[in-house]
Design a protein. Structure first.
Ligand code: NAI
Length: 454
């Protein structure tokens, strides 16, 4: 049997591509070595969110007195939290399997390796058999980066150092948790474990956490974490890991951070090794597959979507890239745009961002007005956030009068950041947006408040 399309990898990019391809009437097979759903469903986005929701529920209970609610004996039962996470994953994974089936997409469980191209198509070996496809979509995702730090490999093997995968499966709360890397994974996992009772130290090599996010909002987020008892070592270089501690250097001083567990979260690398890319000469740069805005690689009929192309490493980017790839395969004109992809860190409060920040806009020489408002300008925010000090920012291009970016440190911001994303995508002007009716009372009314400051 010769397939119209072989999809290598069954994460968000791979399973969605297979679903869409099947829906379009292509004969498609998706090859996945673990469970469909990939990192996102099985050991990333979704499991993290179930843990964080439990932490939030617990925090609401213990801080209920601010809202006139006293809860006695509130307790976070970590084992129950992990059990529930497993249940949520199972439900979602079976949902993905069912949708693939409903779209007539075949799934082969096994490790696929590209073996080359023959007159019939691309040859992929899986479970000792050769599967042939006229086209290939590579969606093999990414894995945690492991830098050459002394002792790290040994301590990963011993279990003292964990990646996010193991951190989502721990059955015991470590009394002391050291987190290497203050990015998205580090901050989300630190938030959960701090709520669950760990004494958390975040070690970050840069002088700030949360990567490219708005510097002012990030400082505010850090302040909130510190109030919850978390410690930050910024501008700190990890030099070695022993069986009980992380050795580092800050301002020329040597430090030893003792811990019961260490989480390594310093970024992810595209999974391009060992999948046979060299057999068909697919071009990579810094370990990631190079794609154009239609998700085509340098090899005709070979596409790549999701983390493997290293462009954005977010599940929602992967979904859209998969759609773009399939649309191009079936002859529908479609291109990928990266200028309005929302980013969210699911901390409490959530830090959400889309498009330009004040710094990136200025670095590009854009003439912008930055409108900054305290979240308290939203009545609902005030009602639900006693003592809340969140901020929202809107970045407007003075030339075009369109919104080019925005950020919010606030509960629900993950749910309403898409409004700003839509404004950017649709290139709506400030005057267009002023005519839009927002539901009241909502936290997202902060956007309307900000727009009227222009
Ligand atoms: P990241 O790139 O977000 O953060 C890594 C952090 O580690 C950076 O702040 C970096 O400066 C720091 N770092 C690098 N080397 C270091 C060293 N040797 N010592 C100390 N600090 C060091 O990567 P992270 O958090 O591992 O996440 C990986 C990927 O997963 C990201 O691309 C992210 O987009 C994705 N993800 C997204 C989530 C979301 O959208 N909510 C949740 C979790 C992951």
């Amino acid at each position: 049997m010769i397939y119209d399309l072989i999809v290598l990898g069954g994460g968000p990019a791979g399973y969605l591509a297979a679903e869409r391809a099947g829906h379009e009437g292509l004969k498609v097979v998706c090859i996945e070595k673990r469970e469909v759903g990939g990192v996102c469903l099985n050991e990333g986005c979704i499991p993290t969110k179930t843990l964080l929701y439990s932490a939030k529920t617990y925090e609401s209970a213990i801080h209920g007195d601010k809202y006139g609610v006293t809860v006695e004996g509130a307790k976070l039962d970590h084992n129950k939290v992990i059990d529930r996470k497993e249940k949520v994953i199972k439900t979602l994974v079976s949902g993905v399997s069912a949708t693939l089936k409903a779209n007539h997409a075949e799934v082969i469980k096994g490790d696929g390796v590209i073996k080359g191209r023959t007159a019939e198509g691309f040859n992929v070996e899986v479970n000792g058999e050769i599967v042939i496809g006229k086209r290939l979509l590579i969606a093999t995702g990414s894995s945690p980066a492991v830098p050459p730090i002394e002792g790290l490999k040994d301590q990963l093997a011993s279990g003292f150092v964990m990646t996010s995968r193991e951190a989502l499966e721990l059955r015991e709360i470590p009394a002391k948790l050291a987190v290497i890397g203050g990015g998205v994974i580090g901050l989300e996992m630190a938030s959960y474990y701090a709520s669950a009772g760990s004494e958390v130290t975040i070690i970050e090599m840069l002088d700030h956490i949360a990567g490219q996010n708005d510097a002012e909002l990030v400082k505010l987020l850090q302040k909130g974490y510190e109030k919850r008892g978390m410690k930050f070592l910024l501008g700190t270089k990890v030099t070695a890991i022993t069986s009980k501690s992380v050795l580092c250097e800050k301002d020329g001083q040597k430090l030893e951070i003792e811990a019961d567990k260490v989480l390594l979260s310093i970024g992810r690398r595209a999974n391009t090794a060992g999948i046979g890319l060299e057999s068909i000469n697919v071009y990579t740069e810094r370990g990631a597959i190079v794609t154009d805005n239609r998700m085509r690689t340098n090899v005709a009929e070979v596409y790549a979507a999701g983390d493997v192309n290293g462009k954005s490493m977010l599940a929602h980017t992967a979904y859209r890239e998969a759609e773009v790839a399939i649309n191009n395969i079936v002859g529908k004109k479609d291109v990928m745009r990266y200028s309005a992809i929302p980013g969210v860190i699911y901390t409490t409060p959530e830090l959400s961002s889309v498009g330009e920040t004040e710094d990136t806009a200025k670095a590009k020489g854009m003439d912008v007005k930055v409108i900054k408002l305290p979240m308290r300008f939203s009545g609902r925010y005030l009602a639900e956030n006693e003592g809340g000090d969140g901020i929202a920012k809107l970045i407007v291009n003075n030339k075009t009068k369109t919104v080019v970016g925005g950020q919010a440190l606030s509960n629900y911001s993950s749910e309403f950041i898409i409004a700003l994303g839509t404004f950017i995508e649709a290139e709506l002007t400030v005057d267009d947006i002023k005519q839009i009716v927002f539901p009241h009372p909502t936290v997202c009314e902060i956007i309307r408040e900000a727009i009227f400051q222009y």
